[in-house]
Ligand binder design. Structure first.
Ligand code: INI
Length: 192
């Protein structure tokens, strides 16, 4: 059997898209800076005119999922990073916006099979949001780390799991082999 883990090296072939909500851009621009800093320090060319990262700006966090899904469907990217800030003190519908965005981002990832990173910062106050976007730490960095790890992991899984199981029956579970289903699998491949 095997252990699969994403790595943070050999990032040259990876392609990313970053979707950024303009609402509360005092915070989202700082998240973007942290995200770019992390990608750059791991060897990614973050120049918008380069060939590794595309950037898409949307009005607010609520618009992030539809764009993330569209980008994921293009299958041009190893991971999509969603950045935005929803601040409780500034919106009576904080819970609605934040939960819809979380659901939308998860759906975009699940439906397309492309890692879509949830980098939507939720905070009670602007002060708290700024502290997490550069003053104390910068969560933009953490979101980029998740994107690097998932991008690399999915590449590994794609290349390893692409191997047809009938050609590698040794790695099938014992129950599968003892039921002699390995032969069935080989037969069905020959048939079809
Ligand atoms: N968008 C945010 O990204 N953060 C917020 O805190 C926020 N507030 O406070 O309302 C917000 N609203 C805009 C929303 O994302 C949409 O852009 C808008 O509703 C148009 O669909």
């Amino acid at each position: 059997m095997a252990v699969f883990e994403g790595s943070f090296i050999q990032t040259e072939p990876l392609r990313f898209a970053v979707v950024i909500g303009r609402f509360n851009d005092l915070v989202s621009v700082k998240l973007l800076e942290g995200c770019q800093d992390c990608l750059k320090r791991h060897g990614v060319d973050t120049n918008p005119h380069g060939n590794q990262v595309d950037y898409v700006w949307v009005p607010g966090s609520f618009e992030v999922p539809v764009v993330a899904r569209q980008l994921a469907l293009s299958h041009r990217y190893d991971a999509i990073i969603c950045l935005g800030a929803v601040i409780r003190g500034q919106t009576p519908h904080f819970d609605i916006v934040s939960s819809e965005v979380a659901k939308g981002v998860a759906a975009a990832s699940f439906q397309t099979g492309v890692p879509v990173i949830f980098g939507i910062l939720t905070a009670d106050t602007m002060q708290q949001a700024l502290e997490r976007a550069g003053i104390k730490s910068n969560h933009g960095w953490d979101y980029a780390m998740s994107a690097l790890e998932m991008a690399s992991l999915m590449r590994q899984l794609r290349s390893n799991l692409a191997e047809p199981y009938s050609r590698n029956t040794q790695s099938l579970p014992a129950s599968f082999q003892s039921a002699n289903l390995g032969n069935l699998a080989a037969e069905s491949e020959e048939l079809g």
